[in-house]
Write a protein that binds this ligand. Structure first.
Ligand code: PLP
Length: 396
């Protein structure tokens, strides 16, 4: 007999993964080139060549007992130092190895943060629409997700709603900038206003409210958009990062968490994160990957690859009559469903071999998400299929 918790998790299983599986099944039947699968955030541009070279060099140069061995649960000291120095150079921060814990991707990072700060019934505030796994991760620790509404024009969080939703049980607020699924980038004014609300509420309730900045898409920005480093606006910021998207390494499971010295209980938090890495069974982030990313902190993915997809998909879809939020970051496009029930629209898309993800998977009905981290060919070829879908809904 399965646990009640896993039964609940299985019942609410990831809509993104389900669509990905459907896309694979469809590809087996009609050929992958005839399926326009926009389901999964799996980068279609490879990791930089220098990353592969770094892996080979490390294997050649390093004692196998070291490179394949255990290390401290927070990761190799030299790797953490390299990451801290890179952040200091880029953002003018003052971190050292002490402030960094290496993690099993952003997902591992969020889980060790939650394990470290959450008690059952604690509240974690999220901005709708949000990465649906936040809910699963909070459920791992019997915590509650509290949803804050967006402004449906801009998809910026409604800060009045945020103010109303924070309670004495609010332990954390998660912000994901650039955003999955909307592609929106939050600007300095919004971030400062958010920080001042959190400070006010900390004083009002006499609590600590951690702002968890989930940043797997930090470097994926277009048209010169700026992503500020949040520790400069809010003392109690915990930063979670991943190389899954920025270096196209999602299967390698490598990322980190940063805890600034100014955060409340900073030293205890860092110790808690390290213990959580161990007790959740991650033990430590993959050792070879830690060493490899440390050599590639200045490497960049092929931003032009995503930008071309972004422009062509956005222009193609809007000219067919679809209403989309113009993405400024990440590699997702957020599109309004022409009918209220977006599940029906997603089903209709399948007739033309278009795979989209329902907005309800992100807590936001009436919209769909398209992950445009696919080949440019897929984007271009999909437009004739979208044209048929637009015709079906009489968009023009
Ligand atoms: N957070 C967000 C917003 C994401 O989109 C993802 C993955 O798509 C993750 C976290 C998890 O990333 P990782 O593969 O590094 O665990």
């Amino acid at each position: 007999m399965l646990s009640k918790k896993i039964q609940a998790a299985m019942a609410g299983s990831s809509a993104i993964r389900a669509m990905f599986v459907e896309g694979q099944e469809m590809a087996a039947k009609v050929g992958a080139e005839n399926v326009y699968d926009f389901s999964l955030g799996n980068p279609a541009t490879p990791a930089p060549v220098s990353f592969n070279q770094a892996v080979k060099d490390i294997l050649d140069e390093t004692d196998p007992l070291v490179i394949h061995g255990y290390m401290a649960n927070s990761g190799y000291e030299d790797v953490r130092e390299a990451i801290a120095q890179n952040l200091n150079q880029r953002f003018g921060t003052g971190f050292s190895a002490r402030n960094v814990v290496m993690t099993v991707g952003a997902a591992g990072g969020l889980n060790i943060i939650f394990k470290t700060i959450l008690d059952p019934e604690d509240e974690v505030v999220v901005f709708v629409p949000y990465f649906g796994e936040y809910k699963s991760y909070a459920a791992n620790f019997d915590a509650m997700i509290v949803e804050v509404a967006p402004d449906y024009e801009t998809f910026m969080p409604d800060l009045k709603d945020l103010e109303a939703k924070i309670t004495s049980r609010t332990k954390a607020v998660i912000i994901n900038n650039p955003n999955n699924p909307t592609g929106v980038v939050y600007g300095a004014d919004m971030l400062k206003a958010l920080a001042s609300i959190l400070e006010k509420k900390e004083q009002e309730f006499g609590t600590d409210i951690y702002l968890i900045s989930d940043e797997p898409y930090r470097e994926l920005v277009y048209d010169g958009a700026q992503v500020d480093f949040l520790t400069k606006y809010y003392r109690n910021t915990l930063v979670g990062y991943s190389f899954s998207k920025s270096l196209s390494l999602p299967g390698e499971r490598i990322g980190y968490v940063v805890v600034p010295d100014e955060a409340s209980d900073s030293a205890d938090l860092l110790e808690g994160l390290s213990v959580s890495n161990r007790t959740l069974g991650f033990v430590n982030a993959p050792s070879l990957m830690q060493k490899a990313v440390a050599r590639c902190v200045n490497e960049q993915t092929n931003l032009e690859f995503y930008d071309r997809n972004r422009r062509d998909l956005y222009e193609g879809l809007t000219s067919l009559g679809f209403t989309c939020v113009k993405p400024q970051g990440a590699f997702y496009l957020w599109m309004k469903s022409p009918v209220e029930n977006e599940a029906e629209f997603v089903e209709a898309g399948k007739k033309y071999h278009i795979i989209m993800v329902k907005g309800s998977a992100f807590g936001c009905k009436g919209y769909v998400r398209l992950a445009y981290c696919v080949s440019h060919e897929t984007v271009v070829n999909s437009l004739q299929a979208f044209a048929k879908l637009a015709e079906e809904y009489e968009l023009k």
